[in-house]
Design a protein around this ligand. Structure first.
Ligand SMILES: NC(=O)c1ccc[n+]([C@@H]2O[C@H](COP(=O)([O-])OP(=O)(O)OC[C@H]3O[C@@H](n4cnc5c(N)ncnc54)[C@H](OP(=O)(O)O)[C@@H]3O)[C@@H](O)[C@H]2O)c1
Length: 230
């Protein structure tokens, strides 16, 4: 059975990705901090006939991440797909020079370093897959092309850095497909209810990269199943 770990899989875009991959036959590991929401998300997937297991993980904490990787290694002999979807936005509309080091550290710790340390910890299990895939859920806000517009600088810089992680991992892991995705502006707790896209639309390119895209598509930044500039 194909297996996929989706961090931040207990709500929002991550939960929709988990739901769709489960419907396509993947055993889903729902990774998140909130146990109640995590167990409920796994239960909802199982209720619809899918296979899902909640795994408690804090991507901002290396001890938590390595412990979760050991736990998964006890219940699965390989991991086909890792979706680094967990993310936070804590800087609001403050201008870059008004943002504290703490806000920058917190944001980078989760959005950039989190994805890197989760990939590092699960790499041995991913290597056991015939076609390992890592999908980093980034944002158009992290694009350097076209310049910044001043919105959420810490968040945007963390996604620029995450895109750097994608590019470096693609070079370091030639048998893997490693890509960044911009899901668009999506109606979730983070995106707000005024956002343009449904979670189904936000999840589409992520699910495509997880299940359908060619394995030799790697080291790219995509939106709507098409490459976009960094
Ligand atoms: N919504 C948008 O418009 C939009 C646009 C572009 C990109 N994105 C990106 O898409 C991804 C998902 O966003 P969303 O809108 O679905 O956000 P969301 O509804 O706020 O969900 C965020 C998820 O991340 C998890 N998470 C946060 N910190 C974590 C940590 N330290 N360890 C483990 N899990 C953690 C949360 O679960 P717990 O709190 O239980 O841990 C939750 O499941 C993010 O990377 C975001 O930056 C979103």
């Amino acid at each position: 059975m194909k297996t996929a770990l989706v961090t931040g899989g207990n709500k929002g875009i991550g939960h929709e990705v988990a739901r769709q991959l489960a419907a396509r036959g993947f055993h889903i590991f729902v990774g998140a901090r909130n146990r109640g929401a995590g167990h409920a998300a796994a239960k909802a997937i199982e209720k619809n006939g899918g296979k899902a297991t909640f795994l408690e993980i804090d991507v901002a904490d290396n001890t938590s991440v390595t412990a979760t990787a050991r736990e998964l290694a006890k219940i699965a002999d390989h991991l086909d797909v890792l979706v680094n979807n967990a993310g936070i936005m804590v800087d609001g509309d403050d201008a870059i020079l008004k943002i504290s080091d703490d806000i920058f550290r917190k944001t980078l710790e989760t959005n950039m370093l989190g994805a890197l340390r989760v990939t590092r910890a699960f790499e041995p299990l991913l290597t056991k897959s015939k076609a390992p895939r890592v999908i980093n859920v980034s944002s158009g806000g992290g694009q350097l092309t076209g310049g910044a517009d001043g919105w959420a600088p810490a968040y945007c810089i963390s996604k620029t850095a995450l895109n750097g992680v994608t590019s470096q991992l693609a070079a370091a892991l030639p048998k893997f497909a490693v890509n960044s995705v911009c899901p668009g502006w999506v109606r979730t707790d983070m995106g707000g209810q005024g956002a343009a896209r449904s979670v189904e639309e936000g999840a589409d390119t992520i699910v495509w990269l997880a299940a359908d895209a060619p394995q030799n598509l790697t080291g790219k930044f995509l939106r709507d199943r098409k490459e976009i500039p960094w």
